[in-house]
Design a protein around this ligand. Structure first.
Ligand SMILES: [Zn+2]
Ligand SMILES: [Zn+2]
Length: 161
């Protein structure tokens, strides 16, 4: 299977998502910014090869600045509401604040942070029912992540499996 080369944006150094059109698997993939809490990105992606300037999004609160990497000791899969099994992978990027909560095994602080920083797609803060929905959605994921016994991987080692 063709696996797109990982690329990042030359403007903001965020890793880009590769989209390969199903109808044209031989054309180069289209690289786009990942969806993020603050809504739309203010610039077009400029794909370049990933180098040491890359800035990962935090996988726990979805803010830029995933500077630490945690690898789970146990496999981490979740059954989605539609019955699909989703594999969350082994390596999670975490920002400084989330990394502290992970080291201290504080699921509620992790969840509170992710919920309080989340934004509606139009940019406004979430209202109360939306926050409750989001919490219900991410709580099992964050709990499962901590139960999978994450340990910190020294930076620069994330790609050496
Ligand atoms: Zn960018
Ligand atoms: Zn974070």
């Amino acid at each position: 299977m063709f696996v797109p080369r990982p690329r990042m944006c030359a403007v903001c150094f965020t890793p880009l998502d590769a989209h390969t059109p199903l109808w044209a698997p031989i054309v180069p993939p289209i690289y786009e910014h990942p969806a993020r809490a603050e809504g739309e990105w203010d610039h077009e992606p400029e794909p370049v090869d990933v180098d040491e300037r890359v800035i990962h999004l935090c996988d726990l609160c979805l803010q830029p600045g995933g500077t630490s990497t945690f690898r789970t000791t146990k496999a981490l899969v979740a059954i989605e509401e539609d019955g699909q099994i989703r594999d969350y992978g082994d390596d999670w990027a975490a920002c400084e604040t989330c990394a502290t909560h992970v080291r201290r095994r504080s699921p509620h602080l992790l969840i509170d942070r992710a919920v309080s920083l989340a934004r509606h797609p139009n940019g406004r803060p979430l209202n109360r029912p939306e926050r409750r929905d989001l919490r219900r959605h991410i709580k099992p994921v964050h709990m499962a992540f901590l139960e999978a016994e994450p340990f910190e991987v020294p930076s620069g080692k994330q790609d050496q499996r």
